[in-house]
Design a protein around this ligand. Sequence first.
Ligand code: ZN
Ligand code: ZN
Length: 355
Amino acid sequence: MSAVVVHGPEDYRLEEVDVPAPAAGELLIEVEAVGVCASDLKCYHGAAKFWGDENRAAWAQKGIIPGHEFVGTVVSGDEEALRHHKVEVGDRIACEQIVPCEECRYCRRGEYWMCGPHDMFGFRNYHGAMAQYTLVPKKARAHKVSHDLKPEHAAYAEPLSCALHAVERADIKFGDVVVVAGCGPIGLGLIAGARQKNPMTLVALDLDDDKLELGRRCGADVTFNPLKDDVVAKVAELTEGYGADVYLEGTGATPAVGQGLNLLRKLGTYVEYSVFGSDVTVDWSIISDDKELNVLGAHLGPHCWPAAIKLLEQGKIPVDEICTHQLGLSEFQQALDLVADTSGASVKVSILPNA
Ligand SMILES: [Zn+2]
Ligand SMILES: [Zn+2]
């Protein structure tokens, strides 16, 4: 089969490899779609978070097939595997990106998304889905998805579940003014998820007016472009001068952090989903002395996959407009380049390995 293989930063190659044979308890799936994530791009470019630096060991591995946002059809698996994952041959499944060890302190407490070893499809110890087939180990967390969805739409369950988890962290109230920074694949999921919580006013921010329009289609009531609008002043106008109740950060751009601290009201909630390419400098006293903020992190989409899949199956999200580009496996480099071009027209870029 054809597969993309990681040989190191900026050295990903399309190769012919054997179709993997499922061991006891494992499923083999034919990959229908795999989303290309900003994290795939950061890994490709050699970010220290993946390949290590003087302060940390490498987490990503060479020889791995990348791709963690995937959906595929079960083609084989023994009875144990089918029973364990509650699937039949022919079912379509999406798998959570993390493959929990089931042994560490976090896994034993049900906090599997913070699993210590942090094995993940496409990065570490498990091949991902930029290939025609991939294996689903017993420890993976698989979820059935309707065949009625387009493959690239079904694969959006991964970023959407991540966004829903960040929304859950925010504990949105009906009367809240909620601001979402960023209208990329994660930001749009944050908007769509926050819309489900139905706050009083949902505000979307992005530097691109077309993406703001998409933010409106996902449920934003109001949009501002920080290149044109004084966002802190605009949010103050919306809130009798107090500031927003909740800020959900999904841009990965360093100025978005200070912006959030400044536009929140006292006792407001800041939720950080992004991964940053460099250190962020802010007036940290805003969190304590000025506003007594709740500052929360969010990682992956624990316990949010069924809800994400349901939203997609119900057609509650304009996913046809979010999934802008579908490419073949041999075009993986172009797919990475499309994700890298942040000024471009792409939102979610997907690879369809068997199309
Ligand atoms: Zn991802
Ligand atoms: Zn664990």
